[in-house]
Design a binder for this molecule. Structure first.
Ligand SMILES: Cc1ncc(COP(=O)(O)O)c(C=O)c1O
Length: 469
């Protein structure tokens, strides 16, 4: 394997190359000079993923699409969505983003099931907010309607950390349910066992981040109905691609508002919605639930204040460009993109299945994770890194995943190359048995209690480092 060049500080590669600012420059800089400098950084950073070797992260790679969204952004970049009287375009865009997302996720079925229900939602700044807000909703509903003062929410071990962030921020106890060792989806019977008088909601994913898998949502829906608790499906990752995967004829379990017990769902426009970063949607089964999300302060000296979500001022540019992405692509555009993504994903699945040392986890669609009983998967990952690939490392059990997005569809032969490199990676891993892998080196340590707390200190230290000039 080629030796990696020694890197002094991978987080600060521009130190010494471009000027640094600890304070405002005394006089402003030349615009062209600034643009030149930024275009160098952008070009270099874009080259990292445009070859199709990066898992997830960059969802749409079409330059024309990005230029179109940037143009739309520029019309409203200075607009604050909160000032509704000054920019009525924003409520048009937001209500339509919510409505289009709701219809895509079978929101029209809720009224047919119960005439008192009405699908609704809000736009948020991203997946984490679209998860955290409904957690607050269930906490507040539990207090108001059931006098629950120590709320608990039950979620799969594999659910996204944003749920735990909500638990920490909003004082909710997050109770973990184990996943099945065979198919890696949450075990409904275990969820049921964990329900008590303080439970305000249960959670499932469609699909989850580690494995891209869909939990047994139909069973979770029944449990939620039986115990009269909320049921949130995290569709941040899958919400904008699973509907089209299903439409293409793949076998996909029901994951949306067709589930009678589903009370809220998150779906990220800034992932497979192919909008710009900083935008997502959260949907609720009825207006009463959404009311628990709204905030008001009627007696503030600054005026009567109300806001629908966590953020105060928000960029009109993001709202407009999300709306533009959706109406530009339409059903046809999303279907076409999904077909291209699935073609690559199917080839990767087929290729990985043909490597005896690797085992695919569960029955995935667009995101493929795998582990190994024969070699250290992080040695395989080390080899892949040396070839310019970037997989995502997983733990408990050690595994890696690759999430297929649009860049892989635009570079011919990427899937074949990935499989060929994986085969070589397995060979390389065989030669490294007994040695420590370079990637995921912390995972061995993070498997112990001591290791975990050290790792957290390292991560917090990294944040502190990132905020230094
Ligand atoms: C399944 C899932 N849920 C939630 C999130 C959080 O989304 P965001 O990073 O936009 O806050 C992610 C992000 O990758 C995800 O994969």
């Amino acid at each position: 394997m080629p030796e990696e060049k020694p890197i002094v500080d991978p987080f600060k590669p521009y130190r010494g190359r471009f000027g640094s600012y600890e304070r405002l420059p005394e006089t402003g800089r030349d615009r062209d000079d600034i643009l030149d400098e930024l275009s160098i950084m952008a070009d270099e950073e874009n080259a990292r993923w445009k070859n199709g070797r990066i898992s997830g992260t960059f969802y749409h790679a079409g330059e024309e699409h990005r230029e179109f969204l940037n143009r739309v952004f520029s019309f409203f970049s200075h607009v604050n969505v909160l000032q509704v009287d000054l920019c009525p375009s924003m409520s048009k865009f937001e209500s339509e983003i919510v409505s289009m997302t709701a219809r895509m996720l079978n929101g029209d079925k809720v009224r047919k099931a119960n005439p008192d229900d009405e699908i609704c939602g809000t736009v948020t700044f991203g997946g984490s907010e679209s998860i955290m807000l409904p957690m607050k909703v269930y906490r507040d509903r539990g207090l108001v309607e059931k006098k629950i003062t120590a709320p608990e929410i039950i979620l799969p071990l594999t659910a996204h950390p944003a749920f735990h962030k909500a638990g920490e921020y909003f004082g909710i106890r997050m109770v973990l349910a184990p996943v099945n060792e065979k198919d890696f989806r949450v075990i409904p019977a275990e969820v049921k066992k964990l329900i008590n008088d303080n439970t305000v909601a249960v959670v499932g994913s469609a699909g989850n981040y580690p494995y891209g898998l869909i939990d047994p949502l139909d069973e979770l829906s029944d449990i939620a109905l039986e115990h009269d608790v909320g049921f949130h499906v995290d569709g941040c990752l899958g919400g904008f691609i699973l509907p089209w995967i299903e439409r293409l004829g793949y076998r996909v379990p029901v994951f949306d508002f067709r589930l009678p017990g589903l009370t809220s769902m998150s779906a990220d426009t800034h992932k497979f919605g192919f909008g710009l970063k900083g935008n997502s949607v959260v949907l609720y089964r009825n207006l009463k639930l959404r009311r628990y999300q709204f905030f008001q302060m009627a007696h503030w000296p600054g005026g009567i204040y109300a806001s629908p979500s966590m953020t105060g001022s928000r960029s009109g540019g993001l709202t407009a460009s999300t709306w533009a992405a959706m109406v530009y692509l339409g059903e046809e555009g999303y279907l076409k993109a999904t077909a291209a993504i699935m073609k690559v994903a199917d080839r990767i699945k087929e290729g990985v299945s043909g490597i005896p040392e690797l085992q695919i986890i569960g029955d995935p669609t667009f995101l493929i994770s795998f582990r190994s009983n024969d070699v250290d998967i992080f040695h395989v990952n080390d080899y892949m890194i040396s070839q310019g690939w970037r997989f995502n490392g997983l733990q408990n059990p050690p595994a890696i995943h690759f999430c297929v997005t649009m860049p892989q569809t635009l570079v011919p032969g990427v899937a074949d190359r990935l499989v060929e490199d994986l085969e070589k990676g397995v060979e390389y891993a065989r030669t490294m048995t007994g040695k420590n892998p370079r990637s995921g080196a912390l995972y061995g340590m993070s498997g112990t209690v001591d290791g975990r707390s050290q790792l957290v200190q390292v991560l917090y230290g990294t944040f502190e480092h990132l905020f230094r000039v």
